[in-house]
Design a protein around this ligand. Structure first.
Ligand code: BG6
Length: 501
């Protein structure tokens, strides 16, 4: 059913708005979720006209628009208001425009605010929305914010305190775009719709779990932000810990926001918080130096635009989390994420314990892999008999990948999340209790690294991270299940200097 709502976008001239917000709203428009009764006010400092704003919106949806009239009709719902977020007067102008559009489009007082800008302004904006009475309580009022949610437990708490003076937790939608991805949502389906997995999802059968978020791109044009953040805060604090909590949580009582949140928070609370020494032992970092891949040269992180030439920011993290509860006693959760790795790939490997039996001795470990992107699907390695004479056991792979037609139709992460927000469903958003715990776990690691003066381990661009990332598992008698660098090296596509012994 069509949603009746007024959107106000702070940061409307920015890259995020053009890349993600407008295309996602347009997809919802094409699906009929938005039709006649919605309007969008875009605000930012630049003095744009409505006409120019609409051109920008049309440009941003050009790839999706196959009907020009439909696209123009969509863009006609957009209005621009130049705005300084610290100036109270400007909020009065915004309020007047909002009231006018609200009655023109019959939006029933429902409002969604997108804060597509730097977090230091979140508190100021929220305060003004309240003091200038843009919030009226007539319809639903929700605020959508992007990461990063703070830079440490302390700054995140300040931010949360400022927001919660104005909005209830149920009105705050913190985006973690991974939670909108099809296959992340499938994790719960795999776990809880399949008795064969549900029965073995514990320390008795699982040897270890590996979560890899690999990117082949470098920092691109985000050097300024990234050099202050680094891989630990950019990826592990949010996306990786969210996925880990979905894999580790107990079965929720019902499949709804409150029950799932309760279980995710319990799982996060059970993750062992390291002391500084343990943090250094269980987490390793690295920074990419120049490298060669398939005949192409890639520059070092320190040579990227807006990155300090002596930067000590990590572009790679690998680590081991332990969960102190009955289900996961002794099962390590290995995580890794980095820029300029061999290949783009987000995947989860559930490595089962090797079978010991009197007939065949020790068998290969069964591995269930969940592919999140760029391909989506599952695979399971099982042991079978090698065809032919004799009786040898060999690992075989059962694989399922979604086909491209299915994928073409599956919604984009942001589109799913916006629709959830319009429906008031926060299930696939990050909540304060989760963010808070994640910062508690991450701060220790960050602080331990910050007080360490030794050289940062290096890895050549387009390899799978520094040697230390491999040692981390070898020390435990294990290894990473996914080794794309080996695959490329065997085919002569990756320089030999990165060889992992
Ligand atoms: C973002 C990070 O949250 O996720 C980026 O800030 C990263 O550094 C991106 O590139 C990865 O998202 P995706 O959907 O492209 O895998």
């Amino acid at each position: 059913m069509e949603k009746q709502v007024l959107f106000t976008i702070f940061g409307a001239t920015g890259d995020l708005a053009s890349r993600k917000l407008y295309p996602s709203l347009f997809r919802l428009f094409k699906r009929g979720e938005l039709a006649e009764h919605f309007a969008v006010i875009g605000t930012a400092r630049r003095p744009w006209s409505d006409a120019h704003y609409r051109e920008v919106v049309l440009d941003s949806i050009a790839d999706l628009a196959n009907d020009k009239r439909q696209a123009e009709h969509f863009a006609s719902h957009f209005y621009y208001q130049s705005h300084d977020v610290a100036d109270a007067e400007h909020y009065i102008t915004l309020k007047n425009l909002g009231e006018k559009l609200s009655s023109q489009y019959q939006t029933l007082g429902n409002q969604v605010f997108f804060l597509a800008m730097a977090p230091q302004f979140f508190g100021t904006i929220a305060q003004h929305l309240k003091s200038e009475e843009i919030l009226t309580g007539k319809g639903f009022e929700r605020i959508v914010i992007e990461k990063p949610f703070g830079e440490s437990l302390e700054t995140a708490t300040e931010l949360n305190d400022a927001l919660s003076q104005v909005f209830d937790e149920s009105q705050i939608f913190r985006i973690d775009h991974y939670l909108g991805k099809e296959m992340i949502q499938s994790v719960s389906a795999v776990r809880f719709a399949n008795p064969i997995f549900e029965a073995v999802w514990n320390h008795q059968f699982i040897d270890n779990i590996q979560i890899t978020f690999a990117e082949s791109i470098g920092v691109e044009d985000r050097g300024g932000y990234y050099d202050r953040s680094g891989a630990l805060k950019d990826m592990i604090q949010n996306h990786v810990l969210q996925v880990l909590s979905l894999l580790a949580m107990e079965k929720p009582e019902t499949y709804d926001e409150a029950s799932i949140l309760e279980e995710k928070v319990k799982a996060l609370q059970a993750i062992r918080k390291y002391n500084p020494q343990e943090a250094l032992e269980n987490f390793v970092r690295g920074q990419y130096v120049s490298g060669e891949f398939d005949g192409q040269n890639f520059i070092a992180y320190r040579s990227e635009p807006n990155v300090a030439p002596d930067s000590r920011t990590e572009t790679f993290v690998a680590g081991k989390f332990l969960i102190d509860n009955e289900r996961w006693a002794g099962v390590p959760f290995y995580v890794r994420s980095g820029k300029r790795l061999t290949e783009k790939g987000t995947r989860i490997n559930i490595v089962f314990k090797a079978g010991q039996n009197s007939l065949f001795g020790t068998n290969e470990q069964n591995v269930l892999t969940i592919y999140i992107q760029p391909t989506e699907g599952f695979s399971l390695t099982v042991n079978g008999k090698q065809a032919g004479a004799g009786f040898d056991i060999e690992p075989l792979r059962l694989a399922f990948r979604h086909d491209s037609e299915y994928l073409g139709n599956s919604p984009e992460a942001y589109e799913t999340l916006f629709l959830d927000c319009l429906n008031g469903n926060g299930m696939n958003f990050s909540h304060w209790q989760e963010a808070k715990r994640a910062w508690e776990l991450i701060d220790v690691i960050r602080q331990a690294w910050d007080s360490e003066k030794s050289d940062l381990p290096e890895y050549p661009a387009r390899s799978m991270g520094p040697r230390a990332a491999f040692d981390l598992l070898e020390r435990d008698g294990r290894s990473w299940s996914w080794v794309p660098d080996q695959w490329y090296r065997e085919r002569g596509l990756l320089g030999t200097e990165t060889e992992i012994k």
